[in-house]
Write a protein that binds this ligand. Structure first.
Ligand code: C5P
Length: 327
């Protein structure tokens, strides 16, 4: 796959499954196609109105049971990711084991491709995949209510990753309404070399909040009606002005993408990753070739993904029990 700047993560298809694992769960990244900050809450957080979209940039989690109890996690990643107790995968596993009274243990391998601190939701997606994967590994009867309760406890974006696809998120993002997939367009993801702190992004909001509620409504209507022109016109993120003030390099990236024909350029979450929408795949090719003015990060084309069907599958390298199928 052509890339700009330093190489991004290798696509999943380039890597085989590691040998000896029973189950594999896919954890996709997300974009916020629109994000309005609609109010400040007494708990210090902000209420949002957002449209989430899963994309085909994915972490993989591999699972196998252990004879004794205890859960261990190994992380394979290009950049350092904490694999200790504060990793959301371990927290998800411990929460699930505690809530469902699980006596078995598990080993988990997390193969990271989604960069951290980019607004792509990698940690939250990994946590959701851990809940789904371990439910299957331990043979627990699926309990969507309990799963959702645990997801909310793990983080605002985690409930979305239990469903994936396209969805409106309200509250802190945990109140979800599924939407149809977005209109057909060509998508580009740009991940800068620098990261943005979510807390700083929210601190950069003006006290009055700009709350682009109307824009979000129009974005949602455009999705429902499959109107690509309107869809591109209403991509908005209330965090973007403050984040761009903190990181002016984002303004340059946006300008380059616009000059290169992007119909819309959006910031996902609190950044630092940006996405751009183009009319056709042919428009992307020149941008993905080197020397277009995009530097200081990596770019790749991406595709919106629908729902999380078949997120948990038997690992291709597990030949111990051909009849085993995840519950
Ligand atoms: O979700 P996370 O814990 O990473 O958020 C970091 C900080 O960003 C929070 O402590 C809060 O200050 C701010 N935040 C917010 N409203 C949200 C999400 C995050 O104010 N919906």
């Amino acid at each position: 796959m052509p890339r700009v700047g330093r190489p991004g993560p290798r696509p999943a298809a380039d890597e085989g499954d590691p040998p000896g694992w029973t189950l594999r769960a896919v954890a996709p990244a997300k974009l916020n196609l629109g994000l309005a900050v609609v109010g400040k809450r007494p708990d210090g957080y902000h209420d949002l109105l957002t449209i989430f979209q899963t994309i085909d940039l994915e972490d993989d989690l591999f699972f196998r049971e252990t004879v004794g109890p205890g859960i261990s996690l190994r992380v394979e990643a290009e950049e350092p990711i904490p694999g200790g107790a504060d990793n959301l995968v371990l927290r998800a596993a411990e929460l699930l084991a505690g809530a469902r009274g699980v006596a078995q243990g598990a080993e988990i391998l997390l193969r990271k491709r989604i960069p951290a601190g980019a607004g792509l939701g990698g940690g939250s997606s990994d946590a959701a995949a851990a809940l789904l994967g371990l439910e299957a590994l331990w043979g627990l009867a699926p309990d969507p209510e309990e799963r959702r309760r645990l997801a909310i406890e793990l983080g605002s974006d985690v409930p979305f990753f239990l469903v994936g696809g396209t969805a409106r998120g309200e509250g802190r993002g945990e109140i979800l309404t599924p939407l149809p997939g977005p209109p057909e367009m060509a998508w580009l993801l740009f991940v800068p070399d620098f990261r943005v702190s979510t807390a700083d992004a929210f601190r950069s909001l003006p006290p009055t909040l700009t709350a682009s509620r109307q824009e979000l409504k129009m974005l949602e209507d455009a999705i429902i009606h499959g109107d690509s022109e309107a869809f591109a016109r209403h991509v908005v993120n209330d965090l973007e002005p403050g984040v761009v003030r903190m990181e002016p390099r984002l303004a340059r990236i946006r300008d380059v993408l616009r000059r290169r024909g992007a119909r819309a350029v959006g910031l996902t979450g609190s950044g630092s990753a940006m996405f751009a929408l183009f009319g056709s795949q042919g428009d992307l090719a020149p941008i993905l070739d080197a020397g277009t003015g995009l530097s200081g990060g990596w770019a790749r084309s991406c595709r919106p993904m629908d729902s999380r069907a078949a997120v948990v599958t038997r690992s291709h390298d597990d030949h111990r029990d051909p009849d085993c199928s995840p519950g």
